[in-house]
Ligand binder design. Structure first.
Ligand SMILES: [Zn+2]
Length: 508
């Protein structure tokens, strides 16, 4: 968390000022539970469309409305997504798994139990490796990823803060009820709000890359809760944790965790005890508030769902899914940084657009020069793409043409100004970089005699500047180099031009 300004909790009677020293005295311990809607054509146990939005209660049927006699049938695509997600993080896929009923009352849950998984989830263990903005890396173990169904949605009419008040009424939309949901449960391996966000970003990137979810936060397809506790730095026992609910953006995750860490330190420092409870995050107030004491697993009376047979996942099924796995975003990031030497910021930019990253990989395979290629891809090429509103991968520049352009600059066949022109022509017309260089006469002049002739002309035309240089005003060299470039219509090799200028100016 930010340590530049001490945080003062104004709600407390005896304010505890959270100085950097006080913050350093405690170590936060954080575990994340995160729900991700799976991308499937139909819902988890019926044929209704799994699609966001639409008129309320139009994407429903007897199964997802839990009408008497309706029976669920599991969605095989959702189960395959689970196996794919688990394998991407190195989880174990047990051969036997089952669905359980989690019993609790919620007005937007038609059955009044949720079909979920309890003691036999589809995936067990695994590790999420992530990186932070400053390039540090970390990892967090997964306890499990299990499969369940989403609830519907309540809208509290007349309420301004989303909570129910006496004068309001509630509307229920079951379109989302029964949408397949995976819950990723982490071990308490996270030690800061920044790490929590980095962990979630990696989950989101990976699920998008795998095609198991679109992870649209604004549509609520990734929602998370955080278990937060603190302990004295160096302690081995865990403190009592509070569960923070209702965070629906990475920004609110960061703010909620920072606020909760501050609250717990304040409680402990003022002689109190943190109690185990569920706390809601209030985005507007920037604080968490107590909602209820935390329920235990036995409160839900889990039992195997008698409507659904146990799931057997064969070794062949696991092998078939494993064979389809590609490089994960984390592996790609590590390759860019460790093998190619690209900085964290630009590596992240590429990884976050996996279509662009694939295009970049194809260009590097042809150019064999990752750094020169990334400079074009995230520089002039990205600018041209932005200006025209066309993605690089949809444009007319092929990875092979860019690789050719990289080669021409590396061999000094064209200078950077010429390269810019070639790229612009490639963007508008496509074609080959070499052909454009020849057609437009952009080849860089590196012939010593030819450049020397221009240098002589420029020196002869600027006697006063030459005198200035010789009188010690060496900064006029830039002006003279510019004049040579102009006289050569941008084609002179700038380094050679400057060398020749220096040589002639100091020799006379
Ligand atoms: Zn349905």
């Amino acid at each position: 968390m930010s340590t530049t300004n001490p945080v003062i909790l104004s709600s407390s009677k005896d304010d505890v000022v959270l100085t950097p020293e006080l913050l350093a005295k405690y170590e936060p311990v954080i575990g994340i539970e995160c729900h991700v809607e799976l991308k499937t054509v139909s819902k988890m146990f019926c044929g209704c469309p799994n699609a966001f939005g639409g008129e309320p209660n139009t994407k429903v049927c007897p199964v997802c409305l839990a009408l008497p006699g309706a029976l669920p049938v599991p969605n095989a695509a959702a189960i395959e997504h689970m196996i794919r997600a688990g394998l991407a993080f190195g989880a174990t896929i047990p051969p036997h798994s089952k669905f359980d009923r989690k019993n609790y009352f919620y007005p937007d849950m038609p059955k009044n139990y949720q079909i979920s998984q309890y003691d036999m989830p589809l995936t067990v263990g695994g590790v999420v490796r992530y990186w932070l903005d400053d390039g540090r890396r970390g990892e967090c173990r997964l306890t499990r990823i299990h499969l369940e169904e989403d609830t519907g949605k309540s809208t509290h009419v007349g309420s301004t803060d989303g909570r129910l008040a006496a004068s309001t009424s509630s509307l229920v939309d079951f379109n989302r009820a029964g949408v397949p949901l995976m819950e990723c449960v982490s071990e308490p391996d996270i030690r800061s709000a920044d790490e929590a966000v980095a962990y979630l970003e990696t989950l989101a990137r990976t699920f998008r890359e795998l095609g198991v979810s679109d992870v649209k936060m604004e549509e609520g397809s990734l929602r998370c809760d955080a278990n937060v506790s603190i302990r004295l730095r160096g302690a081995t026992e865990y403190g009592t944790k509070a569960e923070i609910k209702n965070m629906n953006s990475f920004r609110s995750v960061r703010r909620a965790i920072e606020s909760e860490i501050a609250r717990q330190i304040q409680v402990v420092e003022s002689g109190g005890r943190v109690i185990q409870e569920t706390r809601g995050w209030d985005e507007a107030a920037g604080t968490t508030h107590s909602q209820r004491s935390k329920e235990q697993a036995h409160d839900y009376r889990y039992f195997p769902d008698p409507d659904l047979v146990p799931i057997d996942v064969s070794a062949d099924d696991v092998a078939r899914v494993r064979a389809t796995l590609v490089e994960t975003p984390y592996e790609r990031y590590v390759r860019y940084v460790d093998t190619y030497g690209i900085d964290t910021k630009r590596a992240t930019q590429l990884v976050d657009d996996h279509v662009l990253a694939a295009w970049f990989d194809a260009a590097v395979a042809a150019s064999n020069n990752a750094l020169a290629t990334v400079a074009f891809v995230l520089g002039d090429l990205a600018r041209l793409a932005n200006e025209s509103g066309t993605h690089v991968a949809q444009g007319k520049v092929t990875p092979a043409a860019l690789a050719e352009l990289v080669g021409l600059t590396q061999s000094n066949a064209i200078n950077s100004k010429g390269a810019k022109q070639v790229l612009e022509t490639l963007w508008t017309d496509g074609g080959s970089a070499q052909a454009i260089v020849e057609r437009e006469g952009l080849a860089q002049v590196s012939d010593r005699g030819a450049v020397e002739a221009i240098v002589d002309e420029v020196l002869a035309a600027n006697p006063k500047v030459v005198d200035d240089y010789r009188a010690g005003k060496t900064n006029v060299l830039g002006f003279l180099t510019g004049a040579v470039m102009k006289a050569s219509r941008g084609k002179a090799n700038p380094a050679l031009a400057q060398d020749l200028l220096k040589e002639k100016l100091s020799s006379a």
